[in-house]
Design a protein around this ligand. Structure first.
Ligand code: ADP
Ligand code: MG
Ligand code: MG
Length: 198
């Protein structure tokens, strides 16, 4: 079972990964966006870490909701409200249970991903974070490692796609040939999840 310590470990591991990979995320965003994805997420996840340190919450759902609120309020770009919605909806779906199973987390994340799709209006194949999130959530009932690998594969598979949502869509066909920054950061979240579990 996954307890509050596990979720704290996931979020802080994700924050470290985002910090470490921020330059790469910004580089990807400079090719098809406005070169701020790394900085956006670094700022957001720094706020998440700080909020976790200042909170004595122990329920997985409360921790994820807290993190989501930070991302919504601290990240200016499109990714802040989208990732914030992902974590907040996932957290709310988990409720106030003190421990959850991997299957329960997968179900709650599915609700979170559905909320992201609703908020952003994107569909699979539109070259967004959903292209990593959806396959990862589909694979999570199998194992954390399967989810991580599916997210990596999903992010890489955005390279030949033409963007249909977000800033990259303004480029039309010129968005083809570049990996989507948001799908790449989503893959980092699932690498962090597998790391927290392992
Ligand atoms: P901004 O584009 O506002 O500068 P970021 O650079 O932080 O925001 O995030 C860009 C990422 O957000 C994209 O790579 C994409 O994955 C994701 N994204 C943008 N718009 C949408 C949307 N409507 N639905 C899902 N994801 C989106
Ligand atoms: Mg950007
Ligand atoms: Mg921006």
């Amino acid at each position: 079972m996954l307890d509050g310590d596990f979720f704290r470990r996931w979020l802080t591991t994700a924050a470290s990964a985002v910090d470490r990979e921020a330059d790469r995320l910004t580089e990807l965003d400079s090719a098809i966006g406005d070169a701020d994805h790394g900085a956006n997420l670094r700022r957001g996840f720094a706020a998440v870490t700080e909020a976790l340190d200042g909170s004595d919450a122990t329920a997985p759902g409360a921790l994820l909701a807290l993190a989501g609120r930070q991302l919504i309020s601290k990240v200016g770009g499109a990714s802040g409200p989208l990732y914030g919605t992902l974590l907040r909806t996932t957290g709310k779906t988990l409720g106030d249970a003190g421990e959850v199973s991997r299957e329960e987390l997968a179900q709650a994340l599915r609700a979170g991903v559905d909320a992201v799709a609703k908020l952003g209006g994107a569909a699979p194949g539109d070259k967004t974070m959903l292209d990593a999130l959806i396959p990862a959530v589909d694979a999570l009932p199998a194992s954390f490692e399967a989810a991580r690998d599916a997210a990596d594969k999903g992010a890489e598979a955005t390279i030949p796609l033409q963007a249909r949502k977000g800033r990259a869509s303004y480029l039309g066909e010129r968005s083809i040939g570049h990996q989507d920054p948001g799908a790449t950061s989503s893959a980092l979240l699932f690498t962090a999840l597998a790391e927290a579990a392992g």
